[in-house]
Design a protein around this ligand. Structure first.
Ligand SMILES: Cc1ncc(COP(=O)(O)O)c(C=O)c1O
Length: 345
């Protein structure tokens, strides 16, 4: 089948060969169901190793499920979750958090870097203790952010300290946690457990896994009811060994990190290749595997004839487009885009 070059997302790519082989290997014989099998126990141990002794991981199927169920462990219906106006939980989950949590989502308008800060959350705290308002209970951030930027360990630490001082929790949507670790060049523990995050997800699907994410409790008290939350939330997959086997392959020999390093390197290559071209402006720092570009609608349409990518904001004057790089994006695809962009008139 003829394939167009696509930068539409990092989940348009396939499955890493080691992960695919692990699925086939797990297909031999039988195994206990519902995450009671040896694969699930081993994979949970490997995930926990990344985050430290107290981490309690649970596997789920989708990133939306990971977010909604993690948040379910932290809130009641009279609570509010504070997050960026570009947050996936707010903009791209079709109201799943509102339906399953029954509480309020409170977006704060983040600046150019897409990051939530204590200063942005502070004004909402005046609602604390007032029975007429949902009570702010969780700050939810995405690492990397939806604009491809990465919170530093200090930025996360400041948010966690602020949350805890105000009887709140810090949730981290880690659909692209591997890309953040690769971008920062630090172990994930440094910007999660050690920085005070309460619950984080470790994404797999966007970085070489076929199906699977992990919800990781770093605050063990919050994990208490999660077995029931996961089942009620329809994410306790009966043949969980196939999810777990993927994570074992993913976390062995640093496959997860190498995948993310490649995607990030391709993003740098693209960003640097188009940075000095006359008709394109890179509008966000390229800190992980996303490149965000402003160009005219005409130029955007011309490039769309050859390449797939999402226009995330448009006016009559410009298109802001998102180019995502994946664990297996070939350098030739990046170079083809740079060449096409440099021919724009
Ligand atoms: C930041 C972020 N979080 C969560 C998700 C959800 O993943 P899924 O599509 O598996 O539900 C995505 C997917 O695009 C995402 O970009």
């Amino acid at each position: 089948m003829e394939q167009r070059i696509s930068f539409a997302s990092d989940n348009i790519s396939g499955v890493h060969p080691a992960v695919m082989a692990a699925i086939a290997q797990a297909n031999a014989g039988t195994a206990p169901s519902y995450a009671e099998d040896a694969y699930s126990k081993k994979a949970a141990g490997l995930v926990a190793k990344l985050f430290g002794d107290k981490a309690i991981p649970f596997f789920v199927l989708t990133g939306t499920g990971a977010n909604v169920l993690a948040l379910k462990a932290m809130v009641s219906s009279y609570h509010a979750i504070v997050h960026s106006h570009i947050a996936h939980i707010h903009a791209d989950e079709t109201g799943a958090p509102e339906v399953f949590l029954g509480c309020k989502l409170r977006p704060v308008v983040t600046g150019e870097n897409g990051k939530v800060t204590p200063e942005l959350v502070k004004p909402l705290l005046k609602e604390k203790g007032n029975p007429h308002h949902n009570q702010p209970k969780v700050i939810s951030i995405a690492q990397t952010t939806e604009w491809g930027t990465v919170y530093t360990p200090d930025e996360v630490r400041a948010l966690a300290a602020f949350a805890h001082e105000n009887d709140m929790y810090l949730h981290m949507d880690g659909a692209r946690l591997a890309n953040a670790a690769a971008g920062l060049g630090t172990p994930v523990k440094a910007f999660t457990t050690d920085a005070g995050v309460d619950v984080v997800s470790l994404g797999g699907t966007k970085n070489g896994i076929m199906i699977g994410e992990a919800v990781v409790f770093l605050n063990p008290v919050l994990a208490e009811h999660f077995p029931y939350i996961r089942k009620q939330g329809m994410q306790l997959y009966s043949k969980m060994r196939f999810v777990a086997a993927q994570f074992i392959a993913y976390l062995t020999n640093d496959v997860w990190l190498e995948n993310a390093r490649h995607a990030n390197a391709m993003a740098k290559r693209l960003s640097e290749g188009i940075r000095n071209l006359p008709h394109l402006t890179v509008i966000r720092p390229t800190e992980a595997n996303g490149v965000f570009v402003r160009l005219s609608p005409q130029h955007s349409h011309a490039l769309q004839k050859e390449f797939d990518f999402h226009v995330i904001d448009e006016t009559e004057a410009h298109h802001d487009v998102r180019l995502m790089l994946a664990f297996n994006t070939p350098a030739e695809h990046v170079d083809a885009f740079i060449a096409a962009a440099s021919k724009l008139k």
